[in-house]
Structure formats: structure tokens, C-alpha cells
Write a protein that binds this ligand. Structure first.
Ligand code: MSK
Length: 662
């Protein structure tokens, strides 16, 4: 059933609408096939959860201590402890943010210790990203000349690790090295400079424990501080460590979508976020020994496909075909063609194992934090990496051996493939577009009306992938260059918007530029942590323009927010001065008009300090120069983005004769 939420003024879709509106015909085919087979997916379980609790949806349910759960509504203005709505709502959002921060923190920890392992010559790992090592050495003031690259990488990584775990008040060095000076001044003035991921998570949980901080403004400040730790301690740390280890993405053309699976091949999917073990498993799967094993098992070859962000890491550096995102991970198992899914950390939903059992797929877990009952567990520990090569080979063998057990009667692969132009690093985006000064010129002249990052997860609260694709199509038509990561990127890759022929869907300025340069209008820049690449681009364009990021026509768009990590993604850009458009309201109650005291018949805006702080004109907009817009209808969302970019351009005197294409 559809659920209308009057308090949020939105309607969430039912399963029929997901099926009807999802833009990828392969997803639709699999949704219908699984329904016909009577196999349940997240879209069915979403129906079972309806109606969803409106206290939870609006952030007014507190489960932080064992006195509760407490709800704030017409019957109770405060929780049992006396906590009011503001403290409850911002506390809930902050706890979501630091959960996401912890997830990226563990990812960063694994990547950084893997660099140390490589620097120490362990586990046959190499330092392939010399350019990034040397850049970081320069930024951190680490001597590099005449030293072995392993020594420099070790010293640089020790600094990244300090940034991950510092407990004293000394500066977060990655922030000092990479954040625009204007921003550093702003954050210093607001008192929100963070220490590290570890400290800010501890402080956020401390502040929100029973009898802790109930001043919502102090909690809001910690929210922004934690967002900065999220950005400079974990996102930059993960992305940089991975680039030091495996090098930068390289541009290439590849093929994506469900149709890359082949019935007569071993089909292995890589799923999760941490790229370390999957890189070694990929090497093993491509080795003559494992290829021979596949052939002996009767397979015509081995297909490797990517899911979620581990898939995007392999796509960016190796051109490995991606298939789908968090919302499609059950659907791809419904092809009955997947022999094994190798999963590491995050975004692997329990439903995937249920589907795997239905179709005889082997699940192999490789992160010691994340175990799944019944799965083969071969954990990677970067602090004890000696087993890495042998374990990766064991995983590759197990995946190939699963081929013999597959039930061939259930194979159903939608024959849908899409071309994609991938491998975008910060450096090669800059080079391809002609440098930061040239990008400023493109923006100033109106060839590009703006640049936006469109990212994030899926949520069953909006039609599956519909918002991602609709917003992207609308915006490129309006000459807005898009960068994308995460689950959104999968939707746009499969739709062809990141492909070599997508220029024809762009507006006149962006389309011409794409044809001139041979690029698509949507650039897939990697996994969730690689939003750093976009942030660096925004900062570099700002430097070249001599205009603060907050004043440039940039936007962050999260059409289908889902994971706790998305809270930090949006706020990362927000604290840099980049306004957010989110496709579904966060767990924050809207400010509802109410009768004006003493003036019957008149209405005034209902008080909601938290929403006023995040989305009004007096809060973050004044403090950091950006705010949050919410709009679940994607065409209206696109209008909001156009309006926002237009206002920025007008203020800069860059609007000229050009109108935003509608
Ligand atoms: S995988 S964090 S659901 S983007 Fe990075 Fe997708 Fe969101 Fe996970």
C-alpha cells in the first residue's frame, strides 16, 4: 500500500509503483520474476512494515536510554527524563551521523593499515600510487627526496592514522592541508574544528547519553564538528590510502548492468566498500591457475561484477563491470546466475543471504567485523596480513567451485547492458576539462550552469532509482555537469548517463562541451569515500575563481538517502558551503503553521528550531553559507537545484543572457 504521511506532506510508494517507475528494464524484469517465483525482497518487506511510525519518521522517538522509548507528540512535550523535541531530534540525527562516521572510520583504518603492511613489504602488497604518496608528503611537510617510496608512504600514513584517532586538541592535519583557508577561518570562528573521527564519535555519544547535553545548539555544533571529522578524518583518509596503495583511476570504456552476467561462465560479484582484499581476489581470479580451475569445472570463463562501492572501486581502477547497488543486491541474486558474492564491509543486507540460499549462491565474508550466519568466512586483517595472498586464493577457488553446485534451472539473466566511460580521478577530471581556470570560464560564460554532485543510497521511500535518474536527466538537460558516486552512480551508469553517447541528452552548452572533449555529462568518480574527489574539485575551482565555494554554483544532491553514512555525506558538503537537496526528509519534524495567539484565523509558522537551523535562513545558511532543501518529487527537486544555481550565478553576475533550460 502507498502510505500518505500528512505530517511530511509526502506519499511513499507501494511495490507496484517501484516496479512501474524504476528506470532500468532489467530491474523491472527481475522484480516481476521474483514476485512470480514468490521470493521476497526488501520491496515486499517494506510493505510489511507499513504504516511506518510517524514518531520515528520525524525524529521524535528517543531510544537512547532504558527508560524509553519515549515519543514526543500531542500527549507529551518531553521524554521521561525531561528532554525536549529539539534535543531529541538533533541527538537522533547526530547519532546517525556518527554511526556513518564509524563505518567510514573502520574502512579508513583497514586501508591505512594495508598501506603500512605494503610499506613493510608484507603480504606482497605494493605501493602503486606513488604520485599520491608524494603529493601527501608535500602537503604534510614530510621529506621525500632521495627516500624509498615505502618510507615516505609509511610516514604519511602515520599522519592519516593520527588524524583518525587523535584525542588531544592539536590540529587535524589533513584538514589543515586540504581545506580552503576561507573555510578554516569560518570553522575556527564557529568553534567547530574537530580533533579526529574517534574523538568526535566519543564526544557525540557522550553528549547524547542520559543526563548529558540537552542544549540543542551545542548538539548542533557537535553535529557540524563531527561532519568535519567525517570528511577530513575518514573520507580523505580512506580515499588517499586506497590511492596510495592501488594508484589513481584510469579512464576507459566498459560495459555495465545485469546483462554482463553469462550463464555458461562462473559469475562472481564483489560487494561492500573496502577495496583491499577484493583487489587481490581479482588478481587471483584472473590468474591462469584459477582460470584453469574454472575451465575444468566446465565454465567458459569467469565474469567478475561489482556491487555497491567495492564494485565502483574496481570499476574505477580496472574497468570491472558493475551490476547494481544496495537496492538491487537481491535482484541480481534472482538471476540465478551468480555463483558467489564476496562481501566485505557495509551495505550488505541480510536479505541478500536469504536470496542467495534460494538460488544456491555462495556468500563469502571477508571483513572480520561483518559475519553472516551460514556464509564462508575468510577474514582479512591488515594488521596480520601474512595470510592475504593465500586467503584471496582460497576465496577465488571457493567462488569457482560454487559453479558446479549452481541450479541451472533457475537462470534468468535480463539481456540489458550499457556502455560506460569510467575511471575519473580528481586529477584527470581537471586535466580533461582543461584545468580549474578553464572550468571557471565555462561556468562564468554559462556553458555550464553549475556543477553538482549527485550521490548516495537507495531508499524504498521513493520509487527505486527513479529519483536518481530523473534528477540527473533533468539537470544535464539544464547544462549542469554532474559527478556521481555510490549507489546513485550505479543507477546513472546503468541508465547510460555516464556513457560515451550520453552527450546527446545534455543541454546545448554541456552537450557541446562533452562532444568536444569526448566525455559524458555525468562522471562516475568512485565509491562513497571518493566524494573527496568532488570536494577537491570544488575547492580548486574556488581557488581559481577567487570566489568562496559557498558563493559558486555548486550543489550536493542525495535523491534517495538510506544509510546512516549519507547524513555525513550531505553535511560534509554543507559545512563547505554547498547546499543540499535531499529526496526524502530526514528524521526531522517539519515546521507546521499554527493559529496565531490573539489573532483568530491567522496562522504563524510553527516553531521547529532544528528544521529552521538546517533549512531556514537564520541557521547554517548564515553560519556556513549553505542550507538543506528537501523535495521527494524529482522534477520539483530539479527545479529547486536550477533555482539555487541561478541565484548563485545572479549574485556573481554570471547569469548573462542564458536562461536555465527547463
Ligand atoms: S554503498 S553507503 S548504500 S551509497 Fe556505498 Fe550505497 Fe549508500 Fe552504501
Amino acid at each position: 500500500m502507498k502510505q500518505h504521511l500528512p505530517v511530511l506532506n509526502v506519499e511513499v510508494p507501494d511495490k507496484a509503483e517501484h516496479v512501474a517507475s524504476t528506470p532500468n528494464p532489467a530491474s523491472r524484469e527481475l522484480l516481476q520474476r521474483l514476485e512470480a517465483l514468490g521470493v521476497e525482497t526488501l520491496f515486499d518487506r517494506f510493505e510489511q512494515q507499513k504504516p511506518q511510525c510517524t514518531f520515528g519518521l520525524t525524529g521524535r522517538c528517543c531510544r537512547m536510554c532504558q527508560w524509553g522509548p519515549c515519543r514526543i507528540g500531542p500527549r507529551a512535550e518531553r521524554g521521561i527524563c525531561g528532554k525536549d523535541q529539539n534535543a531529541m531530534v538533533i541527538g537522533n540525527v547526530m547519532r546517525a551521523l556518527v554511526a556513518g562516521l564509524s563505518a567510514h572510520g573502520r574502512h579508513a583504518h583497514e586501508a591505512m593499515f594495508s598501506v603500512l603492511a605494503a610499506a613493510d613489504g608484507k603480504a606482497h602488497l605494493a605501493i602503486k600510487g606513488e604520485a599520491r604518496v608524494l603529493e601527501l608528503a608535500g602537503r604534510f611537510g614530510v621529506p621525500a627526496e632521495g627516500r624509498p617510496i615505502a618510507d615516505v608512504a609509511r610516514e604519511v600514513t602515520r599522519i592519516l592514522l593520527e588524524d583518525l584517532g587523535r584525542l588531544d586538541a592539536s590540529p587535524l592535519r589533513t584538514l589543515e592541508a586540504f581545506a580552503p583557508p576561507e573555510r578554516q577561518e569560518t570553522w575556527r570562528g564557529l568553534g567547530i574544528l574537530p580533533r579526529s573521527a574517534s574523538y568526535e564519535v566519543m564526544e557525540a555519544l557522550h553528549m547524547t547519553t542520559l543526563g548529558g547535553c540537552t542544549d540543542w545548539t551545542a548538539l548542533a555544533a557537535q553535529e557540524l564538528r563531527a561532519a568535519l571529522a567525517y570528511c577530513y578524518s575518514t573520507l580523505f583518509g580512506s580515499s588517499f590510502a586506497t590511492e596510495m596503495l592501488f594508484g589513481l583511476p584510469q579512464q576507459r570504456i566498459t560495459t555495465v548492468n545485469y546483462g554482463i552476467l553469462k550463464a555458461d561462465h562462473v559469475n562472481v560479484l564483489m560487494h561492500g566498500h573496502s577495496p583491499v582484499m577484493v583487489e587481490v581476489i581479482l588478481e587471483k581470479l584472473r590468474s591462469p591457475e584459477i582460470q584453469q580451475l574454472a575451465s575444468a569445472a566446465g565454465a567458459a570463463g569467469i565474469v567478475v561484477g561489482g556491487l555497491c562501492c567495492s564494485g565502483e572501486e574496481l570499476l574505477a581502477r580496472h574497468g570491472v563491470s558493475t551490476v547494481t547497488n544496495i537496492g538491487g543486491q537481491e535482484l541480481v541474486l534472482g538471476t540465478g546466475a551468480v555463483d558467489a558474492v564476496v562481501v566485505d564491509m557495509q551495505c550488505v543486507i541480510p536479505g541478500a543471504k536469504i536470496l542467495a540460499d534460494c538460488f544456491g549462491t555462495q556468500i563469502i565474508t571477508t571483513c572480520k567485523s561483518n559475519r553472516i550466519p551460514g556464509a564462508l568466512h575468510v577474514p582479512f586483517d591488515p594488521e596480520e596480513p601474512e595470510q592475504l595472498q593465500a586467503d584471496a586464493e582460497r576465496v577465488a577457488r571457493a567462488a569457482v567451485e560454487a559453479f558446479a553446485r549452481r541450479d541451472r534451472s533457475k537462470i534468468h539473466i535480463p539481456q540489458v547492458t550499457t556502455a560506460a566511460q569510467v575511471g575519473w580521478s580528481y586529477e584527470n577530471i581537471l586535466d580533461t576539462l582543461g584545468g580549474a581556470e578553464r572550468i571557471v570560464e565555462l561556468l562564468r560564460s554559462g556553458t555550464l550552469k553549475g556543477i553538482a554532485t549527485i550521490v548516495g543510497c537507495n531508499t524504498p521511500k521513493v520509487p527505486y532509482e527513479h529519483n536518481h535518474v530523473t534528477l540527473a536527466r533533468e539537470l544535464i538537460r539544464s547544462d549542469v555537469l554532474l559527478l556521481t558516486t555510490g549507489c546513485c552512480a550505479h543507477a546513472l551508469l546503468n541508465d547510460g548517463l555516464c556513457g560515451p553517447d550520453a552527450a546527446g541528452q545534455a543541454g546545448p552548452g554541456l552537450g557541446r562541451l562533452c562532444r568536444q572533449l569526448g566525455i559524458p555529462p555525468v562522471l562516475a568518480v568512485g565509491g562513497c569515500v571518493d566524494n573527496t574527489r568532488t570536494l577537491r574539485l570544488f575547492a580548486e575551482v574556488s581557488r581559481a575563481a577567487g570566489v568562496a565555494v559557498k558563493d559558486l554554483p555548486f550543489m550536493f544532491i542525495g535523491p534517495e538517502p538510506g544509510n546512516e553514512k549519507t547524513v555525513g555525506q550531505g553535511l560534509t558538503f554543507l559545512v563547505h558551503g554547498v547546499s543540499n537537496l535531499v529526496g526524502f526528509p530526514g528524521p526531522i519534524p517539519p515546521a507546521i503553521p499554527r493559529p496565531k495567539p490573539g489573532e483568530p484565523g491567522e496562522l504563524e509558522r510553527g516553531s521547529n528550531d532544528v528544521i529552521d537551523f538546517l533549512a531556514g535562513t537564520e541557521g547554517v545558511l548564515k553560519l556556513v553559507g549553505a542550507k538543506i532543501y528537501t523535495e521527494p518529487e524529482p522534477r520539483l527537486g530539479a527545479q529547486l537545484v536550477r533555482m539555487h544555481l541561478r541565484r548563485k550565478r545572479l549574485a556573481l553576475g554570471w547569469a548573462g543572457q542564458h536562461s536555465m533550460g527547463q
